[in-house]
Design a protein around this ligand. Structure first.
Ligand SMILES: NC(=O)c1ccc[n+]([C@@H]2O[C@H](COP(=O)([O-])OP(=O)(O)OC[C@H]3O[C@@H](n4cnc5c(N)ncnc54)[C@H](OP(=O)(O)O)[C@@H]3O)[C@@H](O)[C@H]2O)c1
Length: 328
């Protein structure tokens, strides 16, 4: 890959939790960033980007592009050396799953990749998929280890309407379509499958994934079964992994990016010992014993990547950020 100081990269989904943090780190590393957003006029949405230090912002260009509009990425990808594709509807509650989530996730990804091929300048694409494209095989096996060979079973998700199924289906089909397209067009595509992303954020509201992780504190008790057993990655470890994979010539295929697997009991212990001011429920026996699983990031580690943050760090950084922004 080109040296950062000479490199311009396109990032999609820049008004989001991970996208905005990635833009910050890329600019700090010396990249020039073209930040694709749905609506540059929406001041609330682009606020995290507008708030960046002027010394960084001078290498930032905010451009408009919509996943749902064919050809919208053609112009914005032109001249870029690489692309980080993060944009995707992440709402779990939608009226029309096909139109609102699955199509933008699949057809939108193909629109971005098509633009990369047309550009003749893009040398590598980092496609951000999800643990959701791995986790839901429909086979509940005790002590299951998920690695890059595992795939979500789309029919199982649809037939059983598991909560969040449109998102899981969109991420799985989007990743499969991306891999197939890249093969057909000889495009260098590296896929990242993060677990839930927790930790600091630039947005003015608590990002959805962080909010899920903080359910014990915010009182959204209906989310606790979801946290009974969860795999986590710190925001900063994740965006470092994106950049690491983008810059590493040896990177290829899909990479799970997940630092910690934990039960809700471990989360209760972290919060109650470090933040006694939050009165959280501690008797969670009613949730039952969770099925133990692990997300295996060995492939990423074998390439030389190291995680810097523990689960305690993730909670600490998220809570600190919420307090500083007056959100907790
Ligand atoms: N957070 C997690 O725990 C997690 C875990 C695994 C994978 N991921 C993946 O990481 C990526 C970013 O997630 P996130 O947590 O940062 O989500 P997020 O905060 O909801 O950000 C999603 C981004 O996608 C943009 N987007 C949605 N529909 C679009 C469209 N039609 N055209 C252009 N842009 C569109 C959103 O723009 P608006 O703000 O204008 O709507 C936003 O910038 C997603 O691909 C997600 O699946 C996230």
């Amino acid at each position: 890959m080109d040296k950062p100081l000479h490199s311009t990269v396109l990032v999609t989904g820049c008004t989001g939790h991970i996208g905005s943090w990635l833009v910050l780190r890329l600019l700090e590393k010396g990249y020039s960033v073209r930040a694709a957003v749905l609506d540059p006029e929406d001041k609330q949405d682009v606020q995290p980007l507008l708030g960046l230090a002027p010394s960084l912002a001078e290498r930032l260009e905010i451009v408009k592009a919509d996943l749902r509009v064919k050809g919208d990425f053609d112009k914005v990808a032109q001249g870029c050396d690489g692309v980080f594709h993060l944009a995707c509807p992440t709402n779990f509650l939608v009226e029309d799953p096909q139109k609102d989530v699955i199509e933008p996730a699949v057809q939108g990804t193909l629109n971005v990749l098509n633009a990369c091929v047309k550009s003749s300048s893009v040398k590598r694409v980092i496609h951000v998929s999800s643990a959701a494209a791995i986790r839901f095989s429909g086979k509940e096996v005790a002590e299951q280890v998920f690695d890059e060979s595992c795939w979500t079973d789309v029919d199982f998700c649809i037939d059983n309407k598991i909560p969040g199924w449109p998102y899981f289906v969109g991420k799985t089909l989007g990743e499969k379509a991306a891999v197939e397209f890249a093969k057909e067009h000889n495009l260098d595509l590296v896929v990242v499958n993060p677990s839930i992303v927790h930790g600091p954020f630039l947005l003015s509201n608590i990002p959805n994934s962080v909010k899920d992780c903080l359910a014990l504190i915010t009182g959204e008790l209906f989310k606790l079964p979801f946290l009974a057993r969860m795999s986590y990655i710190h925001t900063d470890d994740l965006v470092r992994a994106f950049i690491f994979l983008y810059e590493n010539p040896e990177a290829s295929g899909r990479y799970i990016c997940s630092a910690v697997d934990a039960s809700i009991t471990e989360v209760v212990n972290i919060i109650s010992s470090r933040y006694p001011e939050f009165k959280i429920p501690t008797d969670l026996a009613y949730l039952g014993e969770p099925v133990i699983h692990y997300f295996d990031s060995s492939k990423l580690k074998r390439l030389g990547f190291q995680f810097n943050f523990t689960l305690e760090d993730m909670y600490h950084d998220a809570i600190k950020c919420c307090k500083e922004k007056g959100l907790l």
